[in-house]
Design a protein around this ligand. Structure first.
Ligand SMILES: *[C@@H]1O[C@H](CO)[C@@H](O)[C@H](O)[C@H]1NC(C)=O
Length: 364
């Protein structure tokens, strides 16, 4: 009885995957070449690998390394194809991360540490939601700096936190100033009061709310140019209090309710959010809306807006989505951005959202 249920369920999932993957064939030829056809994939993996190396300017010194990376690349082609079937409204394929194993990717390009919240993180008050715009994007209102690149360092948390404060600072002062992630990487060793073993630790991970807590205590963040990003955490803290350009007034944790998230976004500016980044390793574009995605949060990003109906291949219903600024450079995703569907806490995107308010220019 139970077995039959499992069988029927897998049959159902399988047919969804097969039917949906047919739509992929209608999309971009370059991507189709990469992820749709099994034989092409296996027969031409070497060719795809060569194209990947030249596109991203990569090479490996030792022939053994080259061979190993080719094998990882092949596994990632299969993974991209799997993602395409599970996430048909997005496009998956070869990215700058296609020669990395999942473990390497997680270690070097994510960096959200396991979550408990610091003492000063208040719960955000419930806001009215009846007058929310149907589409909203802080990029249209000048509150978002250009996409940055964390490089091979698990410092996503510092980019998410600094970007949220950039937006809040813009709202309170009218000036958009790019802020220093390196200050957070070098100087913020804030720990959870409830879990002192877990502290912000540079390229080894951290938490946005802890970064707000640090920034509140330290007095603020310096400008990006004054404390530039190095992508390593081997340096000592060079924070100079006299160079502070943005300060935290307060911050809060937003409830998991999507209307509340939207209301806080519109009111306080871009929000720091945690997400599971599994599908982001192979993401090329579109609205990501996987049938199955872990809610284990491992990446910190910035929520900048939302839309009512996103691009989706023909025969898909248009999907409402969140617009997310990532920190992997402008050549990843849609010019550095990710779209993920709203509606059911996909990949945990609704479960760790924080808002920050900056000290206004007049009171400084
Ligand atoms: C900051 O504090 C005010 C007053 O307590 C509160 O209404 C507001 O929600 C807080 N803002 C944030 C972003 O936490």
């Amino acid at each position: 009885m139970e077995l039959r249920l499992v069988f029927l369920l897998s049959l159902l999932l399988f047919s969804i995957a097969t039917v949906r993957s047919a739509d992929v064939d209608e999309s971009d030829a370059l991507i189709r070449q990469v992820v749709s056809d099994d034989d092409d994939l296996l027969l031409n993996a070497d060719h795809h690998f060569a194209a990947f190396l030249s596109r991203f300017g990569k090479s490996y010194a030792a022939p053994e390394e080259h061979a190993y990376r080719l094998s990882v690349f092949k596994a990632n082609l299969r993974r991209a194809r799997r993602h395409q079937r599970l996430d048909p409204s997005a496009v998956h394929g070869v990215t700058q991360f296609s020669d990395l194993t999942e473990e390497e990717f997680e270690r070097s390009y994510l960096g959200l540490r396991p979550v408990t919240l610091p003492a000063d993180a208040h719960k955000a008050p419930i806001l009215p939601t009846n007058d929310l715009p149907t589409d909203f994007d802080w990029r249209d209102h000048g509150a978002v700096t250009p996409v940055k690149n964390q490089g091979s360092c698990g410092s996503c948390w510092s980019f998410s936190a600094a970007a949220a404060l950039e937006g809040a600072n813009y709202l309170s002062t009218g000036k958009l100033v790019s802020l220093s992630e390196q200050q957070l990487v070098d100087c913020d060793h804030e720990c959870d009061s409830s879990d002192p073993g877990s502290c912000d630790s540079g390229c080894n991970g951290g938490l946005m709310t802890s970064a707000f807590e640090y920034t509140l205590k330290a007095g603020g963040l310096e400008r990006e140019e004054d404390y530039p990003y190095t992508g390593t955490d081997r340096g000592t803290c060079k924070f100079d209090k006299s160079k502070i350009v943005a300060s935290v007034a307060n911050f809060s944790v937003v409830s998991i309710d999507e209307d509340q998230i939207s209301a806080n976004l519109v009111k306080y500016g871009p929000l720091a959010v945690g997400i599971n980044a599994a599908y982001m390793q192979t993401y090329i574009g579109g609205v990501s809306c996987p049938y199955i995605c872990s809610k284990r949060l491992d990446h910190g990003v910035l929520l900048v807006g939302y839309g009512a109906s996103g691009y989706a291949p023909i025969r898909f219903k248009e999907k409402p989505f969140w617009i997310i600024k990532n920190s992997w450079g402008e050549h990843w995703g849609e010019n550095g951005y990710y779209k993920i569907c709203k509606g059911r806490n996909v990949c945990g995107v609704d479960s760790m959202v924080s808002a920050v308010a900056a000290v206004g220019s007049s009171s400084q």
